[in-house]
Design a protein around this ligand. Structure first.
Ligand code: CTP
Length: 398
């Protein structure tokens, strides 16, 4: 864990954050900005962490590139407190000191805990910068919270509690149990054009597939995410291939799986692939006609079933989804039928009513060895349960 401390009075609370990490047995690499060091000195962090507190990119005592070294060593980078200036520098991708360069080349999650006077936090420039960090999707912001700040005023700008910041960072320290595995994930809907302005699609938000890609990368897998048109930010460390139609997804998928499916250890097919496309999409905008209009649809290939049929042996592991309006035993029966007809190893079955769009879902994991009905949980938590199966499948085969 790298702990970066910038120049806010809340810097003294970074000592408590460091202690939380140390109590959990986590190695802490302290990094101070020049102004951070004016609030709490090097000796405090060096003494507490047993690691030299660094502040200088050009530190001659270190043989090599210090920011790269720290980024390689740290699974998670925490910036607490993060001043308005630090946030502005992160938002514009600056690398003008050791901390900024470290944040820019962090290989894992970055946790940022803003701390500043409420007027500085409310300023449109700071809000814009925070918005940029949010939409880039590469950092986890913890706080600020409403409370008393250094000069006694009360407002939104106080740093979150050290225990909350530490807990957020510790939850991102993941076991690297998927290291060495190459996982292809598909996500989102496909869009089948009818004419230059109209299309056929579905309500898939892409969140399930993106959660799987994010968690797989956090657990050390090399992840290719083949995504239909969704606005979601690419999870950290994930290679994303954007596609539009089912036929484009098919091409991208075979490219990612490689000849004879040897380029991947697992495929998780979370995309809601359109089953049909227009037989002859029009090059020009279709005009309204008197009376009923009909469009001739033809079937898209079943991308997962094609891969199931092409696979010889047990690798890559193939995981499909069954999103159905049915529930209970009927849902399980439909999932089992998909398991067999598509020749896959696991089907994640969920009810359409609770899976589409939201953050939570309830699912069953259906495989040849049985049915596991899971409690309602977030899509991120479900992603982890599913990836536990992927990790176990890899181990059983080795
Ligand atoms: N799938 C696919 N290619 C398609 C349709 C679906 O690869 N053309 C994949 C989905 O990504 C999902 C699984 O197959 O992992 C289940 O898709 P679903 O649409 O629920 O099943 P279908 O086979 O289309 O069956 P039906 O629509 O009759 O329920």
């Amino acid at each position: 864990m790298a702990l970066c401390v910038t120049g806010s009075i809340a810097a003294f609370k970074a000592v408590e954050i460091a202690r939380h990490f140390i109590q959990k047995g986590v190695r802490v690499l302290p990094v101070l900005t020049r102004s951070g060091a004016r609030f709490v000195g090097h000796a405090t962090f060096t003494g507490l962490c047993g690691e030299v507190a660094r502040d200088d990119m050009w530190d001659a005592s270190f043989p090599g590139e210090l920011h790269i070294h720290l980024a390689t060593e740290a699974d998670v980078v925490v910036v607490a407190p993060a001043t308005a200036d630090a946030i502005a520098r992160f938002a514009s991708g600056r690398a003008d000191d050791l901390m900024a360069a470290l944040v820019l080349c962090a290989r894992g999650p970055v946790v940022i805990a803003p701390a500043m006077h409420p007027r500085m936090y409310a300023h449109p420039a700071t809000q814009r910068n925070v918005g940029v960090l949010r939409s880039d999707g590469r950092v986890t912001l913890v706080g600020p919270v409403v409370g008393e700040v250094a000069n006694g005023e009360v407002g939104l700008g106080r740093m979150a509690e050290p225990s909350d910041i530490a807990a957020a960072a510790l939850s991102l320290l993941r076991p690297q149990d998927l290291a060495g595995l190459r996982i292809v994930v598909t996500a989102g809907p496909t869009v089948e054009d009818l004419d230059p302005v109209r299309y056929l699609s579905n309500r898939s938000s892409g969140r399930m597939g993106f959660a799987i890609a994010q968690q797989a990368a956090a657990r050390g897998a090399k992840v290719v995410l083949v995504a239909g048109p969704v606005e979601l930010a690419t999870p950290s460390g994930v290679e994303r291939v954007n596609v539009r139609s089912a036929m484009e997804m098919r091409n991208a998928l075979w490219q990612a799986m490689g000849p004879e499916l040897k380029a991947a250890d697992a495929l998780v097919m979370a995309a809601a692939v359109a089953d049909y496309r227009a037989a002859e999409p029009s090059d020009v905008k279709l005009k309204r006609v008197a009376g009923p209009q009909s469009i001739h649809f033809i079937a898209n290939p079943d991308l997962l079933a094609e891969l199931g049929a092409a696979r010889s042996g047990r690798s890559p592991m193939l995981v499909g989804f069954a999103l159905e309006t049915a529930t209970g035993d009927e849902l399980a029966r439909l999932a089992q039928a998909k398991l067999q007809s598509k020749k896959v190893d696991l089907v994640v079955a969920n009810g359409a009513s609770d899976a589409i769009g939201g953050d939570d879902t309830q699912a069953m994991l259906v495989s040849a060895s049985g049915i596991e009905t899971l409690a309602p949980m977030t899509k991120v938590a479900l992603a982890d349960r599913l990836l536990d199966r992927v990790a176990a499948y890899g181990k059983a085969g080795s």
